[in-house]
Design a protein around this ligand. Structure first.
Ligand code: B12
Length: 248
């Protein structure tokens, strides 16, 4: 007997396959553009294609919003997702755990590396006020936080690590155009290895397009994506440090 569990997108009725799409075609709005948009969706396998919005955006371009139905489904019994492993302890408990086991604060450095100027994601993890009603690492007694901000060159971050000697390094990468994040993350990891300091620290990367799987492939301890709250990261860091040095 098959254990497959097929699901399809939902619009009005379960598994009706309804999808909303938006895209741009290099055509002036009009009957030709509308028909081209419809045929394009049909080529993608959609049926019952309904063009809801067609608007000129600049000369010779039209933007579309389309409702359509897909015949495809996905078997979720096949899917294996890997996520960072940690037990979610409340802030007070985590503070107490660090106090009793480490008898000092956990030193954390955070930076957005390369030319990436997006700071909001990293700040939401580190700043006291936190994100989504969840306090940031600065609010914990357990952490001493050094937020270096954005556009930190990987080599400069390594210099700071050698100076501050943190327990954990948090790197943010939001821009993924032309795989800029892969280049930056690889460069940073290579530098850590070259300095012989990789094994001593917990190294975490985050950003909206970062997955735990990608992070592990690149030699990081964990990857955190969209919707991460600071307590996820706080718990991961402390529990990973305890795994690395169980005798602490
Ligand atoms: C605000 C913003 C800006 C601001 C940034 C201001 C600032 N100080 O941060 C400004 C205007 C400067 C900007 C500039 C640019 N931006 Co911009 N920006 C955005 C925008 C609208 C919101 C990003 C944001 O703040 N999100 C809110 C935070 C809370 O979410 P987050 O970053 O995902 O963070 C969460 C998680 O990802 C995770 N996380 C993030 N970092 C880390 C780190 C660690 C260690 C951990 C554990 C977790 C973690 O935790 C956070 C909380 O859950 C997005 C579009 C969008 N709606 O997302 C585009 C967007 C990110 N920008 C984009 C682009 C292209 C640019 C520019 C290149 C545009 C240009 N042509 O100039 C420039 C780049 C400049 C540069 N050198 O980097 C693209 C990126 C596309 C891509 N994948 O590469 C986006 C997606 C817009 C788009 N659809 O095209 N941008």
């Amino acid at each position: 007997m098959s254990n497959s569990r097929l699901i399809r997108t939902y619009g009005d009725q379960i598994n009706d396959g309804a999808v909303q799409l938006s895209f741009t075609l290099p055509l002036e709005s009009g009957a030709l553009a509308k028909e081209a948009a419809k045929r394009f969706c049909e080529k993608l396998g959609f049926h019952d294609v309904l063009i809801c919005t067609m608007e000129n955006i600049g000369e010779g371009f039209s933007f579309f919003v389309v409702y359509a139905k897909t015949p495809f489904s996905v078997d979720i019994s096949d899917i294996k997702v890997i996520t960072p492993k940690y037990k979610k302890l409340p802030r007070e408990e985590l503070d107490e755990l660090v106090k009793t086991r480490f008898r000092r604060k956990i030193v954390v450095i955070g930076a957005t590396i390369g030319t990436d100027a997006h700071t909001v994601g990293l700040d939401s993890i580190l700043n006291m006020k936190g994100f989504h009603g969840d306090y940031g690492l600065e609010r914990y007694q357990a952490f001493e936080v050094h937020n270096l901000g954005s556009q930190v060159a990987p080599i400069d971050l390594v210099k700071k690590i050698l100076q501050i000697k943190p327990d954990a390094v948090l790197v943010s990468q939001v821009v993924t155009q032309r795989n800029a994040h892969i280049k930056n993350l690889t460069e940073f990891m290579d530098l850590l290895h070259a300095e012989g300091i990789r094994e001593n620290i917990v190294v975490v990367v985050g950003g909206p397009r970062i997955t735990h799987e990608l992070a592990l492939e690149m030699g990081y301890d964990a990857g955190f994506g969209a919707g991460t709250v600071p307590s996820d990261v706080a718990n991961f860091i402390v529990q990973e440090l305890l795994k690395k040095s169980p005798t602490v």
